[in-house]
Design a protein around this ligand. Sequence first.
Ligand SMILES: CC(C)(COP(=O)(O)OP(=O)(O)OC[C@H]1O[C@@H](n2cnc3c(N)ncnc32)[C@H](O)[C@@H]1OP(=O)(O)O)[C@@H](O)C(=O)NCCC(=O)NCCS
Length: 139
Amino acid sequence: MKVDYSFITTVTPGEEKELAKLYREAEWWDGQGDSEWIRQLPQRSTLFLVARCEGRIVGMGRVIADGVSDGYLQDVFVTKAFRRQKIGSELVRTLTASAAAMGIDWLLLIAAPGKTQFYEALGYHVMPQYVPMRFGGRP
Ligand SMILES: CC(C)(COP(=O)(O)OP(=O)(O)OC[C@H]1O[C@@H](n2cnc3c(N)ncnc32)[C@H](O)[C@@H]1OP(=O)(O)O)[C@@H](O)C(=O)NCCC(=O)NCCS
């Protein structure tokens, strides 16, 4: 199985559906309403990386950054049928290296429950006593 990785800034309507599927499968979006916001993400993120197999998007990840020093790794997803094949690892490695090449040396992420080891194997570490916080919304 050959998987290609590429940075994108725009999506076709078909790719928008593939990205929407990734957000739904990860349960980060309930699939209700227009997916217009997904269409905007590649252009508005600093880095937006996709993994494709036979032309179809099977994974993604992105970095939001100031382009100078600080950045956040977000939305690392692999579609269910393609998990545990190191695609997620390659997405994180490539995004991390690209952010570093831009001078981003403060790269943070919030690991979802149970995902700490996945990121630790890729060079990330837990910051003791620092706690992720979200404004408003549900706890
Ligand atoms: C997390 C995710 C991106 C990992 O992608 P992946 O391509 O399956 O991961 P990899 O194959 O690169 O995994 C590398 C290693 O990380 C660890 N790992 C991966 N997924 C894991 C999981 N769900 N639970 C615990 N450890 C996991 C394993 O040690 C794995 O090595 P192994 O398969 O040899 O045991 C994918 O499971 C996913 O999309 N999950 C839903 C969305 C999500 O939670 N994203 C992370 C948000 S912080």
